[in-house]
Design a protein around this ligand. Structure first.
Ligand SMILES: C[S@@+](CC[C@H](N)C(=O)[O-])C[C@H]1O[C@@H](n2cnc3c(N)ncnc32)[C@H](O)[C@@H]1O
Length: 261
């Protein structure tokens, strides 16, 4: 039976703009295309995110789940008073959004924890092998190093790790830590896709398959792709096409995307 992505279509087409978060259309288009293709290609595994905030990205992962798969949300889920505006509400907003979107999650799929206290073994015991893992927790050097080690330890052979803010001007140590980890783990992790806010990496043996899939994916047919080099290997640079950007802007003006869930 073909996979049913109706709820994911609805979330991406109509609801995602109403959830506060830190990434844009090109990233959700890439994550959506990769996650669906994994299902079509028979790649199995769980889905996980470190650093969930209000759930904008995590809900994509949850809606990609297939029979027998789980999605793990890992966060402090704590509002420390330092976070204001769209950064506020980390203690409640994720749970409110989950309820408004009607996304069923088991208790086991939400882990309120400081990742610095976790070992790879503890994470593996909780979630097993992961096919799509978003790393977007603490942005200090020590957090990124620790979280990338955790994610690598559970990444499936055909899985993808997504590193947020690799190019974020506000968080230079994310880039430094990620470069150190990608150098240390170069036999196990290789970047294959860059977007404005995220770097996508996979096992070296899987990289060319992912790059070929991106180039041929009908869901990304109107996006702009170019080849670049990173660590001496080819990597795909993805941007949205002008038509897509214009269409989105017009639809936003016409109120097609509700501002509230
Ligand atoms: C940039 S936000 C995540 C944004 C989210 N991925 C999205 O797509 O909208 C970073 C999150 O990391 C969480 N975080 C920071 N340090 C953490 C730690 N040590 N352990 C677990 N979560 C942490 C914060 O609570 C916050 O929700």
């Amino acid at each position: 039976m073909p996979a049913n992505f109706d709820a994911l279509d609805q979330y991406i087409d109509r609801q995602i703009e109403a959830v506060a978060g830190y990434f844009g259309h090109v990233e959700w288009a890439a994550i959506d295309a990769i996650g669906r293709w994994q299902v079509e290609a028979g790649i199995k595994g769980n889905l996980a995110e470190i650093g969930v905030h209000h759930g904008k990205l995590y809900f994509i992962l949850a809606l990609l789940r297939q029979a027998g798969e789980r999605a793990l949300a890992i966060d402090l889920f704590k509002d420390d008073g330092l976070n204001t505006g769209i950064h506020a509400g980390r203690d409640k907003a994720f749970f409110d959004n989950r309820d408004k979107l009607g996304i069923g999650l088991d208790e086991e799929e939400i882990w309120t924890v400081d990742t610095l206290t976790l070992t790879p073994e503890a994470l593996h015991a909780r979630i097993g092998d992961v096919r799509l893992f978003s790393v977007d927790g603490g942005h200090a050097y020590a957090n990124v190093v620790h979280d990338m080690r955790l994610a690598e330890a559970v990444l499936a052979d055909d899985g993808v790790m997504i590193i947020h803010d690799f190019f974020g001007i506000g968080w230079p140590d994310v880039s430094v830590a990620a470069i150190h980890m990608l150098t240390e783990m170069k036999d196990r992790l290789q970047p294959f896709l860059i977007t404005q806010y995220k770097l996508f990496v996979a096992r070296p043996a899987a990289v060319e398959r992912y790059r070929a899939m991106l180039a041929a994916n009908p869901r990304l047919a109107t996006a702009q792709m170019s080849d670049r080099a990173m660590f001496d290997n080819p990597i795909t640079l993805l941007n949205l096409g002008r038509r897509e950007l214009l269409e989105r802007r017009i639809k936003r003006k016409l109120g097609f995307y509700p501002k509230k869930l």
